[in-house]
Ligand binder design. Sequence first.
Ligand SMILES: C[S@@+](CC[C@H](N)C(=O)[O-])C[C@H]1O[C@@H](n2cnc3c(N)ncnc32)[C@H](O)[C@@H]1O
Length: 284
Amino acid sequence: MSKKPTDSSGISFTALYTGAVWHRNGLSDDALSTEQGRWLYHLMSPFETASKAAIGGNIRTFLLQRHLIIDHLIERAIREDGVEQVLEIACGMSPRGIRLREKHPTLKMVEADLPDMAARKAARLLAAGRLGDRHQVTPVDILAEAGDHTLEAVVARVFDNTKPIVVVTEGLTSYFSLPVITEFWQRLASVLSDRPGSVYLSESYLIPRQPLLRGSLKTLGGLLGSMTRSQVSFHFEDDQQARDHFLGCGFSPVRVYNPSEFYGALPIPQSRRDPMVRVVSARV
Ligand SMILES: C[S@@+](CC[C@H](N)C(=O)[O-])C[C@H]1O[C@@H](n2cnc3c(N)ncnc32)[C@H](O)[C@@H]1O
């Protein structure tokens, strides 16, 4: 069993890199573009180019795959299931809230992150005139077990709790060991089960089958883990294991999407081999 961390703020700077990737790909707003993000983007470029050439995909490939598939599934929940409330936990500099609110002016969008990142995001959205009653930013800590920043307190405080919610975590869960993140998933399933029709969307990375790739990713994960003071982990061997795990956490039904299902239908980059990322849609 891994010891449960109490402070995961070391992860926060990674949001500047993903924010720069969204911006570079025309998915973001200038209000969310940061100097540090642009710098990280340049710093990572040689590594991204080399891994694209060597293995036919790179970090930017799976970031865009996961981001656009999650967007697509939120859109479906809004249009087909009539969901009117979205909570994006670990929002970082994600532009999703801005885009969703532009497209769906009556939607209630709540972005949440650790207090420092939430304050940073709120300041940028406020300066851009984006915040209001239906677009809020609030502090949350998925590790918190008591107080105003717990998942339970945030959901109860900011939403109409008679209606379903779409909850998104993107780029968060792989920074925690499976036992630690499972506790969060179980709590989330319990919170959402009081709001039938709700759905949780997240990405997961499969443990690579190929020994060489498995070894290299373990090394890279270790490096990222030291840089972010976290337990970077690949949680599942395959789609079935991922699905069974979410069912065991209290969600049902659960769908695990392979980005290849969306090639040609969504403007996502294609991986040369089986993509390593999956998008999980877990309902209650
Ligand atoms: C890789 S970034 C992803 C940001 C954004 N979702 C995106 O895809 O661009 C990880 C985010 O997780 C947030 N985070 C780290 N620990 C957290 C926690 N315990 N509770 C909530 N958010 C957390 C960080 O502050 C950071 O914004």
